[in-house]
Design a protein around this ligand. Structure first.
Ligand SMILES: *[C@@H]1O[C@H](CO)[C@@H](O)[C@H](O)[C@H]1NC(C)=O
Ligand SMILES: *[C@@H]1O[C@H](CO)[C@@H](O)[C@H](O)[C@H]1NC(C)=O
Ligand SMILES: *[C@@H]1O[C@H](CO)[C@@H](O)[C@H](O)[C@H]1NC(C)=O
Ligand SMILES: *[C@@H]1O[C@H](CO)[C@@H](O)[C@H](O)[C@H]1NC(C)=O
Ligand SMILES: *[C@@H]1O[C@H](CO)[C@@H](O)[C@H](O)[C@H]1NC(C)=O
Ligand SMILES: *[C@@H]1O[C@H](CO)[C@@H](O)[C@H](O)[C@H]1NC(C)=O
Ligand SMILES: *[C@@H]1O[C@H](CO)[C@@H](O)[C@H](O)[C@H]1NC(C)=O
Length: 356
């Protein structure tokens, strides 16, 4: 299945949006950074990201129809090292001016680098779910996503955006998993302790970059800003499409008392013990996020700081849309801090990366 997909990507995609294809006389489709048409401001080159008719008709949305004599051999990309060093150690992100958007962008797709801690998790048979990078050597996800897998079959991809192509301005990073740790008390039904840690080989850490960053873990006593959280991740059904972007959806965390009654309305017949190990969210209904999201991170703003995020939860139960609103249940990450810290410390891994 996966092989077929890979072959399609390699042999089919370039034939459609081939970098060498001529899009107009004397022009060809190249990545934006390889096209020397743009603006030089304060020594930084900003490629021209407006889209012409030629771009739309002949080039992939990550490419530009560029004069051959303006095409560069080496990317003219932005040097991010100063901006990167100004980022907090976790939960921060750059406002990537190059924020790429697909054609027909409807704000349901993440922009390039919008959630730089988002990791795509693949098993032997292809895409499984999404997780979150918490240290350069550790990814957190839901147990139900990986519990049937062998560590050696798992692959982690950070810095990924459009999973259907490899045309992003910064390349994704792929790593193997050295150890898979499922929470010892995990049960699928009832959904309890649905949490897993994926550890990398110590000599193969992810390299931090504008599109590869860590998210903070909430301290146990943290009170969230409940109002402006997001879930984001790829969808199974879209992974074989010509365009496969992570979806994003705004959600709010519901107070426990409201959550219990609303959930009973929406998920009839299911008894879910709602204690502090679970979070429940509400949001506007949308077919995009109902079902089919696998495990995805729930990210909330860090109170009192500007544009910094903590990993509040991991989707424990598929979102249901048969009630009056979108309701979903998450493992409450802050409740599991002790387990996560302990597992990393036992392996001499630095937990300061995700500390607020
Ligand atoms: C490239 O070609 C275009 C016309 O095709 C011309 O206007 C432009 O000056 C050329 N640029 C260089 C660097 O020669
Ligand atoms: C980026 O800028 C930093 C200093 O601001 C410099 O040390 C580094 O060499 C530059 N990197 C590239 C690839 O130009
Ligand atoms: C991952 O493991 C496979 C063997 O299972 C190996 O071929 C591959 O090179 C490894 N990849 C990385 C990035 O270490
Ligand atoms: C798992 O459950 C047992 C029994 O309730 C408890 O003693 C233990 O602390 C739990 N393990 C973790 C890691 O929470
Ligand atoms: C929570 O986030 C909303 C929207 O960003 C903001 O208006 C509000 O002031 C925040 N509340 C707290 C307590 O930080
Ligand atoms: C992918 O295919 C759909 C129809 O099959 C098309 O509308 C869309 O433009 C294609 N995407 C890209 C990036 O070309
Ligand atoms: C919360 O409920 C789960 C079952 O849904 C149970 O396993 C767990 O022990 C409960 N935790 C506490 C602290 O009551």
């Amino acid at each position: 299945m996966e092989k077929v997909l890979v072959i399609l990507l390699i042999y089919f995609a370039p034939a459609v949006f081939g970098s060498a294809e001529s899009c107009a006389p004397g022009k060809s489709c190249v990545s934006y950074d390889l096209c020397n048409e743009g603006l030089l401001v304060d020594g930084h080159f900003y490629s021209d990201r407006s889209r012409t008719m030629q771009d739309e008709q002949h080039c992939h949305y990550m490419e530009k129809c560029c004069s051959v004599n303006e095409t560069l051999a080496v990317g003219n990309g932005f040097n991010y090292s100063d901006a990167l060093s100004a980022l907090p150690q976790c939960g921060g992100r750059l406002d990537l001016w190059l924020h790429l958007r697909p054609m027909g962008y409807k704000k349901q797709e993440s922009k390039f680098g919008e959630f730089p801690w988002l990791v795509a998790i693949y098993g032997a048979d292809g895409y499984l779910c999404s997780g979150a990078l918490i240290t350069p050597l550790a990814v957190l996800t839901a147990a139900h996503c990986v519990h049937a897998q062998m560590a050696r079959d798992l692959r982690l991809v950070a810095g990924e955006w459009d999973a259907a192509v490899e045309l992003e301005p910064l390349a994704h990073q792929e790593r193997n998993v050295s150890e898979l740790l499922i929470h010892p008390n995990y049960t699928q039904s009832p959904a309890a302790h649905n949490l897993a840690l994926l550890l990398l080989h110590s000599q193969a850490a992810f390299e931090l970059a504008p599109h590869v960053q860590m998210i903070c873990l909430p301290p146990m006593q943290l009170i969230y800003n409940y109002s402006q959280c997001y879930v984001a991740g790829w969808r199974h059904s879209e992974l074989s499409a010509n365009e496969s972007l992570p979806r994003r959806w705004p959600l709010y965390i519901l107070p426990r008392d409201q959550c219990g009654s609303k959930l009973r309305l929406a998920i009839l017949g299911r008894r879910i013990a709602l204690n502090e190990t679970l979070l429940c969210t509400g949001g506007d209904k949308d077919p995009i996020v109902c079902g089919d999201m696998g495990a995805v991170p729930l990210m909330c703003p860090l109170p009192g700081s500007d544009d910094r995020y903590v990993l509040a939860g991991l989707l424990a139960r598929a979102a249901r849309c048969d009630g009056p609103q979108l309701l979903s249940i998450y493992s409450n990450v802050k409740y599991y801090r002790r387990w996560i810290d302990q597992k990393l410390r036992e392996r001499d891994l630095d937990i300061r990366h995700y500390m607020v």
